[in-house]
Design a protein around this ligand. Structure first.
Ligand code: HPA
Ligand code: MG
Length: 230
């Protein structure tokens, strides 16, 4: 139901839809080539996606969103907690593009909180908080902004939930889509990177609330998992 029936809003389905595909063999960059917080020096295996590359990709996603949705009002629904950085940078990027183009995109920004991970394992129970005021989405064009999609189950649950409030249109932007064996095949409308099945942290993605204060997206080390396990 996330596909819009309205002419002009549907992007062509091409390989671009998967975003930048990072192959399973990609070893990442050595940590010593980058500037990283000292307190995480032993807790990471590699820099998987440098911050600058994330920002460049977001700029392009912002352009695609503006091309598709420009001149319509949208409600941006930021999925907390991990989505806060992606959402802030995406909204910023759209604002900058609007200033230099003839299009406008009035945006309201709202927040919803989901939790389904403990340590590096997905828990069965999905908690949705902040869902009580979603009635504001009724009849609106909604852009859900999520940091990472793996099995797709969380996003499907959230989509069902949001659809119940009868928005006019729902689009989803996912910064990362992880290739997991148990995946449902769900793909967001806008994808930043298609990544291998490794636990990544940084750029607001956490492991038990740690690593959100890391700019790059990195692969956590076994030592890091042990150190911050609860
Ligand atoms: N990192 C952080 N949070 C996550 C991940 C990940 O790799 N996968 C699902 N939630
Ligand atoms: Mg998390």
């Amino acid at each position: 139901m996330q596909e819009s029936n309205m002419a002009g809003w549907q992007r062509k389905q091409t390989s671009v839809e998967k975003g930048i595909v990072i192959p399973d063999e990609w070893p990442g960059y050595p940590l010593e080539l980058f500037s990283l917080p000292e307190h995480y020096s032993e807790d990471l295996d590699c820099v998987y996606i440098p911050h600058g590359v994330i920002m460049d990709r977001i700029e392009r996603i912002a352009r695609n969103i503006l091309e598709d949705l420009g001149d319509h009002d949208i409600v941006v629904l930021c999925v907390l907690k991990a989505g806060y950085q992606f959402c802030a940078d995406l909204v910023d990027s759209i604002k900058v593009l609007c200033r230099s183009s003839s299009k406008t995109l009035p945006m309201r920004v709202d927040f919803i909180r989901l939790k389904s991970y403990l340590n590096d394992q997905s828990t069965e129970v999905l908690h949705i908080e902040g869902a009580e005021n979603l009635s504001v989405l009724s009849g609106k064009n909604v852009l859900i902004v999520e940091a990472i999609v793996d099995t797709g189950k969380t996003m499907k649950t959230l989509l069902n939930h949001v659809e119940a409030f009868k928005p006019k249109m729902i689009k989803v932007a996912g910064l990362l889509v992880k290739r997991v064996p148990s995946g449902t095949g769900y793909l967001p409308d806008y994808v930043g990177f298609d990544i291998s099945n490794r636990f990544v942290v940084g750029y607001a993605l956490d492991y038990n609330e740690y690593f959100r204060d890391l700019n790059h997206i990195c692969v956590i080390s076994d030592r890091g998992k042990l150190k911050y396990k609860i």
